[in-house]
Write a protein that binds this ligand. Structure first.
Ligand SMILES: [Zn+2]
Ligand SMILES: [Zn+2]
Length: 269
């Protein structure tokens, strides 16, 4: 059996980029920080840019594509995006014209040894998506930047061994926090970001259905705290089934998370 791991290079309001490796295939999910930060993080794992088989873009917001222009200059790896996202990128990042491999949301395709399924997410972008990545029968779900979890997305994520799920904000911190009222409405709205309690509800459903590793991601710097996000989901899944819960830090993780069959599962205290 080949090794699989996930490594969060950046997560949160100021930039998002993740690395999923299955066997010989390495893909990046989003490029929301400078290319220098990405290459430095890869170098820490002994990887270089030419090992990247493809980049899966979730949507065109700057915290997901900040490093795109520089990436296009330094790498010939294919960039994958939904049709509307590719169109939005062609306007915001003209260098991406002709360089993006377009897919229809709902379509299946492959990047190297990894099977990719993209599903549409409710978010105020052109056509944002989440992903389920498959390799040797194991499934890895990725869903950030979504105002809520629609039934069809819950169905998609159910049964994934590992899920990266948004736990963006604490509703009380958001309401009491510094954001102007319209922005508070946007973040809390159905096309905004997933709150800690909504993440916890989804997490409990996932853990009941076999998810062994949950990675809480895209935490707001102003409207959340890692301990709050962790606490809320931990209490929701307590007693259901063994599961490890990890908060993706703002910067890169200390070490990659191994996603192996025999990997020890525990509820972190
Ligand atoms: Zn967004
Ligand atoms: Zn975002």
């Amino acid at each position: 059996m080949e090794q699989r791991f996930y490594y969060s290079i950046a997560s949160g309001s100021s930039g998002n980029c993740g690395l999923y490796v299955a066997g010989d295939t390495a893909v990046l999910i989003d490029l929301g920080v400078s290319l220098r930060r990405i290459t430095t993080a890869l170098a820490g794992l002994g990887l270089t840019l030419d090992r990247i088989a493809g980049v899966l873009i979730t949507h065109e917001h700057i915290d997901h594509v900040k490093g795109l222009d520089m990436f296009l200059k330094k790498s010939s790896a294919p960039i994958y995006a939904s049709r509307e996202t590719a169109l939005a990128l062609s306007i915001k990042n003209p260098a991406s014209q002709g360089r993006v491999t377009v897919f229809q949301a709902g379509e299946d395709f492959a990047v190297g040894a990894i099977g990719v399924h993209a599903f549409e997410t409710p978010h105020d972008a052109a056509q944002s998506v989440g992903y389920v990545l498959s390799h040797e029968g194991r499934r890895f779900g990725f869903a950030t930047d979504l105002g809520f979890v629609p039934v069809d997305i819950a169905d998609r994520l159910r049964g994934c061994d590992t899920v990266v799920l948004e736990s963006n904000h604490d509703p009380h911190m958001l309401q009491a926090g510094p954001y102007p009222y319209p922005l508070k409405q946007r973040v809390a709205g159905p096309n905004g970001h997933l709150s800690n309690p909504d993440c916890a509800i989804c997490a409990a459903d996932l853990v009941k259905n076999g998810t062994k590793t949950l990675i809480l991601a895209h935490l707001s710097e102003k409207n959340n705290m890692p301990e709050l996000a962790l606490q809320q989901t931990k209490s929701a899944v307590r007693g259901l089934a063994p599961c490890r819960i990890i908060v993706a830090p703002k910067g890169h993780m200390e070490a990659p998370i191994l996603l192996e069959e025999g990997e020890q599962c525990c509820l972190f205290d």
